[in-house]
Design a binder for this molecule. Sequence first.
Ligand SMILES: Cc1cc2nc3c(=O)[nH]c(=O)nc-3n(C[C@H](O)[C@H](O)[C@H](O)COP(=O)(O)O)c2cc1C
Ligand code: SF4
Length: 429
Amino acid sequence: MNLAPLGRTAGPSTTLRLLDRGCATGTPVGLAEHLLRHGPAPRPGTRLVETVEEAGLTGRGGAGFPTARKLRAVAAGRRRAVVVANGMESEPLSQKDRTLLATVPHLVLDGAVLAAEAVGADRIHLCLPRSRPVLLRALADAVEERRRAGVDSVPIRVEALPHGYVTSESTALVHWLDGGPARPTGARPRTHEKGVHGRPTLVQNVETLAHLALIARYGADRFRRAGTTASPGSMLVTVAGAVREPGVLEIEPGTPIGTVLAQAGGPDQPLQAVLLGGFAGTWLTTPDALRLPFSREGLAPCAAPGAGVIAALPHDACPLAETARILAYLAANGARQCGPCTFGLPAVADDFTALADGRPTPGLVDRLHRRVGLLPGRGACHHPDGAARLAAGALTAFPTDVDHHLHQGHCRRPAVLPVPPATPTECWT
Ligand SMILES: Cc1cc2nc3c(=O)[nH]c(=O)nc-3n(C[C@H](O)[C@H](O)[C@H](O)COP(=O)(O)O)c2cc1C
Ligand code: SF4
């Protein structure tokens, strides 16, 4: 999939933007230019947590947790805190974090330092996947530029982690930073109480940190000028699949899905469905889905924006075959430490492949429904929950296709979505 031109935005220009028009060259904004645009970051001691609370910033890494609550919880810890900036972006359909980091690295780094000052942290780990060496180099250079300029009160370390679907989960990051394999641990107490080296740890997505940097400079009101009351601010989305210009857009939450697709050049052929949220997301059929506002509250209770992914499925694709390929990838990429990842998820993926291939065994669909119902909430992390959501959503959204595959076999339509091969995560250390 090609990256769209950077900085394509929608909505009024008076709102706060991560990727403004000046970013459209696609080259990173260096420190001098960054300071010229935004001025220096505010001094420590300003009411950052209160301002972030007033702004209503929520996490952009998938779960949409209120950022101010996390800042407060970490700041309340008794030991010195640690900040972890999550730039792993393991969702294969997402490109927003790498686009942001490659374009406005200093906005993310400002956000990490401001967050560290707010929670009393003495170190920042910026976690990036080892598989993206160009991005790693660029961020190492940006951190070095800041060190030489002496702009940061808290040191930043760029960390190169093994790349896999679950190596980016917050407890996996902490486990790796503590010297272990990057496998989720589901450890209790939670990361904000006891994370890296047992210290209170703030794990925050890099887009969340970039928003925080803008809020700290320009205030809550400017942030709230975009989006909705419940989902304020702008958000980065990645549009994939059957559109003319797939790539990263900055939108206002609440924009109808059809409008977002139009901003990505519009569908390049008639659509039958959209996959919202990424591989751990939900299928909704068109045309109804196109009218839905792309925001947490606008999609509830049937779907969620996740990490801001919209994948458009053309009419001539097979939704069951696409789902089967994604499930096989998710099953291969579990850490296989808990029951649902070791047994449940591979069994669901195998049954779904049998369905998509038109090789039904007796009781296949009932078994799928039962197993999918058993997966959520049973792993140490939410990985199986996302896979269950995808499988259950596909069975509900495409009953005619299920029927066709059960009674008439494989439909032999071409694969469309860019799903990586279902090979297990190679390395955890
Ligand atoms: C399987 C799995 C994979 C995840 N991958 C990412 C990721 O690539 N990037 C990310 O920011 N958060 C990811 N998360 C969420 C993180 O655990 C964590 O909640 C997030 O980084 C918190 O940041 P936020 O509050 O700013 O969204 C993942 C969660 C799960 C369960
Ligand atoms: S549910 Fe899967 S990915 Fe999550 S901790 Fe357990 S084995 Fe690992």
